[in-house]
Every structure is written in C-alpha cells, then in structure tokens.
Design a protein around this ligand. Sequence first.
Ligand SMILES: [Zn+2]
Ligand SMILES: [Zn+2]
Ligand SMILES: [Zn+2]
Length: 166
Amino acid sequence: MPKRSLPSAPLACRPHDHSHCVSDALDSAERICARLGLRLTTLRKRVLELVWQSHKPLGAYDILGVLTEEDGRRAAPPTVYRALDFLLENGLVHRIASLNAFVGCNHPGEAHQGQFLICRTCHAAIELEQSSISEAIVASAKSVGFNVEGQTVEVVGLCAGCRLPQ
Ligand SMILES: [Zn+2]
Ligand SMILES: [Zn+2]
Ligand SMILES: [Zn+2]
C-alpha cells in the first residue's frame, strides 16, 4: 500500500518523480550562473547534483565519498569545500547547521533567508518561503538593539509523510 499523502504536503515528503527536481535545479543553476557571469564548472555542477540527490541534507563527507568512488581516486576535500562555498554564496544550496549538511535551494536566484522544517524521522528538509517569519525575527532583534546579518531557521518535527499511517 502506498503511503497516503496530504494534497498540500510538499514534494519532499510525498512520492514524486525526483528527476524533475534535479533537472530543474541544474537548469536554474545554469541560468543563474550565466546571468551573473559565474562559471558553473563540471565539479560545481556535479556537487550540486549530489546535494540534490534527495530532499535530505547531505554532508560534505558523503559528497566526497561519492566523488572518490566515481573517480577511483580520493577527491581532494578543499576542492569539494570550495565548490560547496560557491554554491552557498550564490544561493544554490543552504547549509543546515543542526545536521552539518547541505540541501538544494527551492527558489534560487531570489533573495531570501533559509527557513527549514526538518523531519526527525526521514530527515527531509522542507524549505519554507515566508518573509513574515524573517521580518518578525528582524523586528524582535531590533527591539533588543540587535542587527540581523543573516538567519537560517531550523525547525524539528515530523513531516506529513512520516506522520500519516502507512
Ligand atoms: Zn524531488
Ligand atoms: Zn532557499
Ligand atoms: Zn519525514
């Protein structure tokens, strides 16, 4: 029996053709890099593709492991970290601090803060897009004289796919 799923459940926690997510993400990355005059090298693109292998955040060591297997020789950690930095700086991935891992951005190319619902069972990270949340954080911070420079909100719980009975 397939799992029931809420119609409103995000893609990340219901069955879907994930190859579309990957190809959309790679296409957007190509477009964004072309627009900004940045080079999406083979390695950067491959790392992005690996981060997008699912909706679960992936650690740098997992990425290194796959690249090493593909190449038959040990991938150099600094090269992979640089590729991840490039993807982070250009808003193509987000870093999930609580998992020390990276996840593909759902709306790259648009200025936004990272807001994630992280399922403690399947580890899917669902990206929210609620400017009211970041505005509330900025306002609260301001009231205590704090100037916000960046924010990544990580919320832990159970996703729709894991909550519903099988
Ligand atoms: Zn997907
Ligand atoms: Zn994002
Ligand atoms: Zn889940």
